[in-house]
Design a protein around this ligand. Sequence first.
Ligand code: UDP
Ligand code: MG
Length: 322
Amino acid sequence: MNKTLTIVVPCYDEQEVLPETVKELSNILRGLIKENKISSQSKILFVNDGSKDKTWDLISKYTKEYDCVAGIKFSRNYGHQNALLAGMSVAVKYSDMIITIDADLQDDVNAIPKMVEKYYEGYDVVYGVRNSRETDTFFKRRTALAFYSLMRKLGVNLVPDSADYRLLSRRATKSLLSFKERNLFLRGMVPLVGYKSAKVYYARKERFAGKSKYPLSKMIHFALDGITSFSIAPIHLILYLGILTVIISIICMIYTLVEKITGHIVTGWASLMLSIWFLGGVQLISISIIGEYIGKIFSEVKHRPRFNIEKETYTDKMIKGN
Ligand code: UDP
Ligand code: MG
């Protein structure tokens, strides 16, 4: 018997691209079903992440028009990572493999059959990796590069140039879903799942339509989340900074004593002012880094639900009805 695939697509205000997305994804799915690569129960699962536009109306319409389309509606916007997780937690009940892909068609849908092939070759995790970043702005390219190299230095295992376009087998998905953290950084969590993994390369395109839903502020927040959820290296850094400051202050002390003994008059105002500002800055940064971690503990211990599903059309009935 053929294995069932579900393609999970998070959508936030994507009314401009959805008509094209559903067309391209359903074509790929149909092709795979026709070639007997996947079962006819395979689905595309759109997760509406609290969109303010007509996204949910479109998803409901497609649910009726296409047998292979199902939808989940969040009660409000919970963010991209939570939308992916919700889609996976629903899809895992009915699927042998799950592919997650953005709604904007930046990721080449033709990589899907290649991912499925890798699954049959025995891989549990298949990463979609961009082989070029030409369509990204210079700024985004540079910052992404710096981010990946920083993460590597901090000891976090990430697959460079891979985002949230990937295939996970059922057991890999189950294992990922057993991670109970609220601050989600999926691309850091997936490598922790283990299993045999493979890569599929593709060229990342321009967004098909609409605007990016990741403005700079959200991107910085996401990057900080990635660092502080996966590494306590910044806290160690504070310790080193503290040790360095103490060493400098000992040198300064010796210098001051020598100056005093040799009778030089030190006015001292400039150095005093400088050290007050410098030390004040170092202390503030240090406290804020520790605060960042305490904030993270605060949000984790609350154990709030990661999402709240208002409506769901991917149900047992849909499977049996097919
Ligand atoms: N997205 C989401 N919730 C959000 C922000 C984004 O579900 O709060 C979805 C969005 O609809 C898209 C994907 O996440 O399918 C990636 O977003 P986008 O393409 O805007 O990010 P970029 O490619 O610019 O980094
Ligand atoms: Mg995009």
